[in-house]
Design a protein around this ligand. Sequence first.
Ligand SMILES: [Zn+2]
Length: 200
Amino acid sequence: MTTRPGSVTSVGVDLGVKRLLVAAPNSAGPDVKGGLVAGGEVERGLYNALSDTLDRLDDRPEDTHEAEQLAIEQCRAMLNQQFALAAASLVEYAEQQDADIVVLEDLTFTSGTLTECARGATEAAEWVLPAFREKAESVLRARGFQVERVTAEKTTQECHVCGQLAQVGKATIRCETEHCPVSRVCRDHSAAVSIAKRVF
Ligand SMILES: [Zn+2]
């Protein structure tokens, strides 16, 4: 890329199943105040509830095809609604930040259809994250943002200010670099900033 940090603002998005997205700009300070957190619990709950429903229907002796289709379509509609809400808050946040570029992780997912995944051994994250990413990217592009994907390698361990690998806790990282202003910071927020910076 030929863009220079300083002249262009990017917003990085860390995707996860606990919190669907955490977003923060490349210019965020050591404590990453004012990041956006959206979604997670509802999407995970909808997906897991569908898995349970399909399991229960499979155990019934009668023909449950119609009930299955109904459960799948209801779940899909509710998930799409949640994705649209989360994507809308991301667009709003990116506009507030005056962002030119929104950066997501280039994670490789091996995802199938909602039905295959919910029926099989696929964890919620494997279906929810790529499906949401696709929705978010299309909404962002439609609103005129440049959307990029960067390698996700070590974004979780890296300190977003000095770039050194930090001590990783359950929800936070602790940077031990001398003179680095980051002491302890939320892991997902730090990752979002690292992702935002990676596009330059
Ligand atoms: Zn640091």
